[in-house]
Design a protein around this ligand. Structure first.
Ligand code: ZN
Length: 244
């Protein structure tokens, strides 16, 4: 599978960039993971919005879903312009009914509740979930295809359960909203040291830090993660591509 970073900023997008959004492609199927502010604009550097086959959402904070409404408008307008396509499925949890109902719009998109206790098949992808520690109900995802494994933590503070969940993954796309000398617990976010600890304990092959803070020297996040993890650590960046 091919992972393209569309946006990687925590909370809000940096100037001319986007907050959380990742495009996962396999066998011609395009899955958008989270759709934060700026994602619809930046996505168009890679594919047309109407080429998305499905969307899956970790949780309903604006930096992960702000562009769902404009994605719906993009498909509406492309429909007016004569393009025809089916209803786009948007998978999200339904433990926030108000937000979940917004995923369905005319015949353009349809919200589909995933059951976090059960595996979900979306196109070629097998997805399983674990709830994270975050102020809004949020799910990390384990996405597998043909024996390859991507873990996306969504937003979370460090949680023991994430270790077996991430076991032996090829790539851990790990939120890292705080530096090592901070405490992310109350905000429901991980530090660079937490990310390194998780990657090491789960024996993942590559660690990619994302949901990045808007201050400080980001290179420091890598150095701090490496204190706890012996393999490759990278920072997410718009346009970065990983072949998993
Ligand atoms: Zn959040």
């Amino acid at each position: 599978m091919k992972l393209t970073v569309i946006g990687c900023w925590g909370g809000y997008p940096k100037k001319n960039e986007a907050s959380s959004g990742y495009l996962l492609e396999h066998d011609g199927f395009n899955l958008l993971i989270d759709c934060g502010s700026g994602v619809l604009s930046k996505l168009q550097n890679v594919i047309h919005p109407e080429e998305i086959d499905a969307v899956v959402l970790s949780h309903y904070h604006p930096d992960h879903i702000a562009d769902i409404g404009v994605l719906q408008h993009a498909k509406l307008i492309q429909g007016f312009l004569g393009k025809s396509f089916g209803t786009l499925p948007i998978y999200g949890h339904n433990q926030d009914q108000q937000e979940f109902l917004k995923l369905s719009y005319k015949e353009i998109t349809k919200g589909i509740a995933y059951n976090p206790g059960l595996p979900l098949k979306v196109g070629p992808f097998d997805i399983s979930f674990v709830q994270t520690n975050h102020p809004a109900i949020c799910y990390a995802m384990r996405i597998e295809v043909e024996g390859k494994v991507l873990i996306y933590t969504g937003d979370t503070s460090f949680k023991e359960e994430l270790i077996p969940f991430s076991k032996d993954a090829d790539l851990l796309l790990c939120e890292c909203n705080f530096y090592g000398n901070q405490n992310g617990k109350n905000a429901g976010h991980m530090t660079s040291l937490d990310a390194g600890t998780l990657a090491q304990a789960a024996n993942v092959k590559t660690l990619v830090l994302t949901h990045l803070p808007h201050y400080g020297d980001l290179a420091q996040l890598i150095e701090e993660a490496k204190q706890n993890y012996g393999r490759e650590v990278l920072l997410a960046e718009e346009g970065l591509i990983f072949e998993i």
